[in-house]
Design a protein around this ligand. Structure first.
Ligand code: ZN
Length: 311
């Protein structure tokens, strides 16, 4: 069993409208936009990153806003709910705040003894807030939400699968252990020390058809490793187990490897190094359009054609 993975690194989803997406995560949820760049494989599409102050792994929600993309159809073989951690006793505040801002799908619930508040993202994305006692991660406090209420980072990601068995086994191989079970949902958590974003829920829905990815769908989830050496250890172990893993890819702010899991969800393993301050000061993260070297020659075109988004 591996011990290099320290929790989630980031969650990447698809959206239809960059401006609406930016408004939702910065103004409604109070996260910080820590990077405004482009999809390295399709540079006419933004890649927007929302997180805590520094873009700490385990707090980073990212989006590809594809203009005119159709909305996804929820189903199995995907991450159905991305869950953020908020302090104990704040769900009332959040319920009122999100309702006032016109957020849809707001619903109180409880899972594994934790109070949660489900809500829809800008394209019907499945989100929830969960009250966590003593989450000591420092929140971003300049986003219009007081420090006592603000999002701390990810609590978990919840996958919906037709058959959870092989994916649960994979997660155990990756260093997770089963810590609870409720109905058709199994909860796994990182066994060793983690960055706080240490939970994956796996829900089994044998007769629900496969999702069709689109706006509001999670594209992939990334797991955090400290550095490139640990990443290579994970890559080798996965390949020795029979997984087809991509070569290491430079994403400028982290190094990435990807592989498809048995249940259909795309997994990534991303390094904590070098981080989001490698090309701009922490004080000004996310303000300027940053382009990878290979796309810098497109800057003029992209600055004219990418939809302007507010700060
Ligand atoms: Zn990624």
């Amino acid at each position: 069993m591996l011990d290099q993975i320290k929790g989630l690194h980031h969650v990447t989803s698809m959206a239809r409208d960059a401006r609406e997406n930016n408004d939702f995560f910065t103004h409604k949820l109070g996260l910080r936009r820590v990077k405004k760049t482009v999809n390295f494989d399709a540079p006419d599409v933004y890649h927007l990153y929302y997180a805590d102050e520094a873009g700490t792994p385990g707090t980073v929600m990212t989006y590809f806003p594809f203009p005119n993309i159709a909305r996804g159809r929820p189903g199995t073989g995907e991450v159905g709910t991305t869950v953020f951690s908020v302090p104990e006793g704040t769900l009332g505040f959040w319920e009122q705040r999100l309702a006032e801002q016109g957020v849809t799908g707001i619903e109180r619930g409880e899972l594994f003894g934790e109070k949660r508040l489900a809500f829809d993202g800008p394209d019907g994305d499945g989100f929830a807030l969960v009250e966590v006692r003593d989450d000591d991660r420092a929140p971003w406090t300049q986003g219009g939400v007081a420090a006592d209420d603000a999002i701390r980072g990810f609590h978990s990601a919840s996958m919906r699968l037709q058959d959870a068995g092989a994916t649960a086994e994979l997660l155990k191989f990756m260093g997770y252990e089963e810590i609870d079970k409720a109905g058709n949902t199994v909860r796994l958590a990182v066994k060793g020390d983690s960055n706080g974003a240490d939970i994956i829920d796996v829900e089994t829905l044998p007769v629900v058809s496969h999702a069709r990815q689109g706006a509001g769908s999670v594209h992939h989830i990334a797991f955090a490793v400290e550095n490139r050496a640990k990443q290579l250890e994970v890559r080798k172990a996965l390949m020795d187990t029979g997984y087809q893993v991509t070569p290491v890819i430079d994403r400028d702010y982290f190094w990435a490897i990807y592989f498809r899991t048995p249940g259909g969800v795309l997994f990534e393993v991303a390094t904590n190094e070098p981080g989001f301050d490698r090309d701009e000061d922490t004080a000004h993260l996310g303000e300027a359009l940053k382009l990878p070297t290979q796309h810098e020659h497109l800057r003029k075109y992209l600055e004219q054609h990418l939809q302007p988004i507010e700060d």
